[in-house]
Design a protein around this ligand. Structure first.
Ligand code: ABU
Length: 545
């Protein structure tokens, strides 16, 4: 029924918001017209042509105007991409098969020329590279644990590339190394370690972080391994759940223990059965147990291993406890969800990837080691051309010898800058939003007859796993034949999805579960309307299967 008082009230509220919006735009314009970026862009000459060779850029004398123009054009290309990534109607990908990209498309050629191409062509190459790539920042990209495009993080990444330095010594990375120390201390305190505890390093991805944990754990028990190798050690055993990340097995193989040294702890639906984690004093098939990996946020199900119970077993049997919180670590930023990692403070090492749930641009992954000094002892070789002991500053900041790398990318600045821009609270809200989206999807799936959840209980993380049931499979009795047909549904829908490029989601089989979709939320740009779109799109693409 029409209520004139309510209508006047609504009109008043709408007018207020429009008024505020106009003022805000005016204010932003005012700020922009004063801002250094505007001044820089406006100082770039308009009449400079980029149809010249790259050799005319700086450091060629007088190359300032052209350099400025080149970057202005590049910024335009990047801005166009960023705007498109945020437009729901734009495609996430313009899919082509590898042979098509290799053959070349509309002037875009991967071949490397003998003669220089003009800057104009270089800019076209930049644009085309983005055109045929995947917009992982699109609100409807659900394919990977890392998604979204944090603009402050992007600014940080750009600054890092501009600085173009190496993280091995303080003499070439003074500010970045101190930022790394600040970040590691902050993350260690969030994990729950005390002031005197904690060491770590940022390294290239969660798999490498996990490899570090195994490397350092082995060194802690058997320091002779560094010089004598595996032949000086008993055959070792390590433990990890069947749903843990494959990098644990890979690390065992890389480190010469062999992937057979990994004892896979079976899972009861989502969780490992703790009692089967072993005793260090007792050999398991002739192997000596020394290390347990517990996962905080499994890759597919987003499940949290029972950390406290596993820590009890590790304490009792003096085993190294590593927590792979590559995916789940972000939940520590949320007061609402951090309790799911109860017990992580008892870990001897932790993997935590801010490039996943915290949205830092790829890549940004930390290995945190509780015992200080171990990383350095384990890895240092004191190459004198880099790590001279007679430098005039505090050489403990030459942290490069802690790593297994020599050259190391600056992965910290973007995270440090994002932390400044959001504060810890901002990260907390971002994480909460991702998990709220997961809960929303879960509720939608509960209501629909054309989808089936893999787990009936509420998701712990932002992973939601489900099957789509096409009309031809609805109502069929469960059994091997139905399963065989269901197994083919997700790949067929995914193929169509990639061809159409409207959204993107991953699928996989796991254990006895045939191919199912895994939706993950880590992009704060995603809204409920995108979740609704995803379900409608899967139903549309699968309607005739
Ligand atoms: N464990 C690396 C990330 C895998 C994923 O995005 O699904």
């Amino acid at each position: 029924m029409f209520n004139p008082r309510f209508a006047r009230f609504k009109f008043g509220i709408i007018s207020l918001f429009i008024g505020l919006g106009v003022r805000l735009l005016y204010l932003l314009y005012g700020c922009f017209s004063q801002c250094p970026l505007k001044k820089l862009l406006c100082s770039c000459p308009e009449n400079v042509s980029v149809s010249v060779p790259v050799t005319d850029l700086l450091p060629t004398a007088g190359g300032e105007s052209l350099t400025c123009k080149f970057f202005q054009e590049l910024v335009n290309i990047l801005m166009d991409y960023i705007f498109k990534s945020n437009e729901r109607s734009s495609k996430i990908l313009d899919f082509h098969h590898p042979h098509q990209l290799k053959e070349g498309l509309e002037g875009f050629s991967l071949d490397l020329p003998d003669h220089p191409e003009p800057l104009e062509q270089i800019l076209v190459d930049c644009r085309d590279t983005l055109k045929y790539g995947v917009k992982t920042g699109h609100p409807r990209f659900f394919n990977q644990l890392s998604s979204g495009l944090d603009l402050v993080g992007l600014a940080g990444q750009w600054l890092t590339s501009t600085a173009n330095t190496n993280m091995f010594t303080y003499e070439v990375s003074p500010v970045f190394l101190l930022m790394e120390e600040v970040l590691l201390k902050k993350m260690q305190s969030i994990v729950g370690w005390c002031e005197e505890e904690g060491d770590g390093i940022f390294c290239p991805g969660g798999a490498v972080s996990n490899l570090y944990s195994l490397l350092v754990a082995r060194y802690d028990f058997y320091p002779e391994v560094k010089t004598k190798g595996m032949c000086a050690l008993p055959r070792l055993a390590l433990f990890t759940s069947e749903h843990s990340h494959y990098s644990v097995r890979k690390a065992a193989a890389v480190l010469g223990m062999g992937s057979d040294s990994v004892q896979v702890v079976p899972c009861d639906e989502r969780y490992p059965s703790v009692p089967s984690v072993p005793h260090r004093s007792r050999c398991v098939q002739g192997l000596v147990p020394f290390y347990v990996n517990a996962t905080a946020g499994t890759t597919v199900y987003g499940a949290f291993d029972p950390l406290t119970a596993i820590a009890d077993v590790c304490d009792r049997h003096k085993l190294w406890l590593h927590v792979d919180a590559a995916w789940g670590g972000g939940l520590l930023m949320s007061r609402r969800h951090q309790g799911k990692l109860q017990g992580i403070e008892r870990a001897s090492s932790v993997t935590w990837n801010p490039h996943k749930l915290m949205g830092a641009p790829l890549q940004c992954s930390a290995i945190l080691i509780k015992k200080r000094g171990l990383l350095q002892e384990c890895n240092q070789l004191c190459a004198e051309y880099l790590f001279q002991s007679d430098k005039h500053y505090d050489i403990s900041y030459d942290t490069g010898d802690k790593t297994i790398q020599c050259g190391r990318h600056v992965d910290v600045f973007k995270l440090w800058l994002m932390w400044k821009a959001k504060g810890s609270e901002g990260f907390g809200s971002q994480v909460n939003k991702c998990l709220e989206n997961a809960e929303y999807l879960f509720k939608q799936l509960q209501r629909r007859a054309d989808f089936k959840l893999v787990f009936e209980s509420k998701p712990e993380h932002s992973n939601v796993c489900f099957w789509y049931l096409p009309p031809s499979l609805r109502g069929l009795p469960p059994g091997p034949d139905t399963n065989r047909r269901l197994h083919e549904v997700a790949p067929q829908i995914k193929a169509k999805m990639m061809e159409e490029g409207t959204t993107l989601i991953g699928y996989q089989p796991l254990g006895s579960n045939v191919n199912f979709f895994r939706c993950v939320f880590s992009n704060p740009a995603t809204q409920h309307e995108d979740v609704d779109f995803l379900l409608e799109e899967i139903a549309r693409l699968g309607s005739n299967l």
